[in-house]
Design a protein around this ligand. Structure first.
Ligand code: UDP
Ligand code: MG
Length: 334
């Protein structure tokens, strides 16, 4: 990235997934645009992905997009989930540096200039690390920290604890990311997988500007499973060892029981211990099969080779004006 080139302004792409975010959109643009306008030697685009919202998100986004050629809207055909929405946004981003950002302003936009500064220092990836996340509940923080610990212990690809999707990636890094063909896209892991020269800056996680979180406990659990199954096969392989140990234990126990019977004669009691052992082993086997099922299910859906997302329409400039019934607002004529 360090060779000298004819100076043309860098294009910074923001990639923002929106799912039922009508309440934050005004504040989002009011906050983000002044920040981007203030970055020296640069132009920008904001790639907004409407992830099948059922409220007025699309209408509001189009209102901004009509007044400003730099605001592009990728309208997905249904809700595909945040990872797919991010993927769609990254695919449509054209910038020299690309920054995924949550719509709810939990990733503070005022950090963007610092990300860009580091990028201009020569780093391909600049991660924003949450130094504290007191705005999240205790339960969310502790389960998240456990997840990172477990994930990093058993995966080859380490994801930095407390890093979200908020980061800056160079064009080269984004192009590398686009080479990864999988359908199950655990973005945090994929971001880490591509490697590159990485720097980080710290920030304090903000509360949501408006609206509510889209991630319930159950969704987060499945998200964690996605992360582990995407980057580790240890849960599959561990059963060989658990089975081996159990068999070894059974062998020793059998030897002991035979000896005892030879020395002390047959004794009948033992119902409780047999029952416990049967239940325990049955349970373990089912867990093992369940783990295999997690992987087989993913293999199944990967082999279908379905696209990660479907775009209903891509809006840019004001070519699609007929879609809009509201006049362009004065504020969005930047
Ligand atoms: N999001 C999305 N599709 C979904 C769920 C979420 O595009 O199915 C977007 C959402 O609009 C927001 C970002 O992902 O911009 C993060 O979501 P949220 O703030 O609800 O997650 P949290 O910060 O609570 O983890
Ligand atoms: Mg949020």
């Amino acid at each position: 990235m360090n060779f000298v080139k004819i100076k043309s302004p860098d294009i910074i792409s923001l990639v923002v997934p929106f799912y039922n975010e009508e309440d934050v959109i005004d504040e989002f643009f009011a906050t983000v645009r002044p920040v981007l306008d203030a970055v020296p030697d640069s132009d920008y685009e904001i790639v907004c992905v409407n992830d099948g919202s059922r409220d007025l998100t699309l209408e509001k986004l189009l209102k901004y997009s009509i007044g400003d050629r730099r605001i592009k809207v990728v309208d997905l055909s249904r809700n595909f989930g945040k990872e797919a929405a991010l993927t769609a946004g990254l695919d449509h981003a054209r910038g020299d540096a690309v920054i995924p950002l949550d719509a709810d302003l939990q990733d503070p936009p005022h950090l963007i200039p610092r990300l860009i500064e580091k990028w201009r220092d020569g780093f391909d990836v600049v991660i924003a690390i949450r130094s504290e996340r007191l705005t999240d509940s205790y339960a969310k923080r502790s389960t998240a920290s456990w997840f990172y610990r477990v994930h990093n212990a058993i995966s080859d690809v380490k994801i930095p604890g407390n890093a979200g999707d908020f980061r800056l990636m160079s064009r080269q890094a984004v192009d590398a990311l686009k080479l990864l063909p999988e359908n199950h896209r655990f973005m945090k892991g994929l971001f880490a997988w591509i490697g590159f020269e990485t720097a980080s800056i710290e920030y304090v996680r903000q509360p949501r500007a408006a609206g509510t979180t889209k991630f319930s406990g159950w969704k987060l659990w499945n998200f964690a499973l996605e992360g582990v199954t995407s980057f580790s096969t240890l849960p599959l392989r561990v059963w060989t060892y658990i089975g081996g140990l159990t068999a070894a234990f059974a062998f020793v126990l059998a030897a002991y029981l035979i000896l005892r019977t030879v020395i002390r004669g047959v004794d009948v009691p033992g119902y409780a211990s047999i029952f416990t052992a049967v239940l325990f082993l049955g349970g373990m086997q089912l867990v093992g099969i369940g783990v295999i099922g997690e992987y087989v299910g993913r293999i199944y859906s990967e082999t279908k080779r379905r696209p990660v997302y479907i775009v209903r329409k891509f809006y840019q400039h004001d070519t699609q004006r007929r879609e809009i019934d509201e006049p362009v607002s004065a504020r969005s004529s930047a």
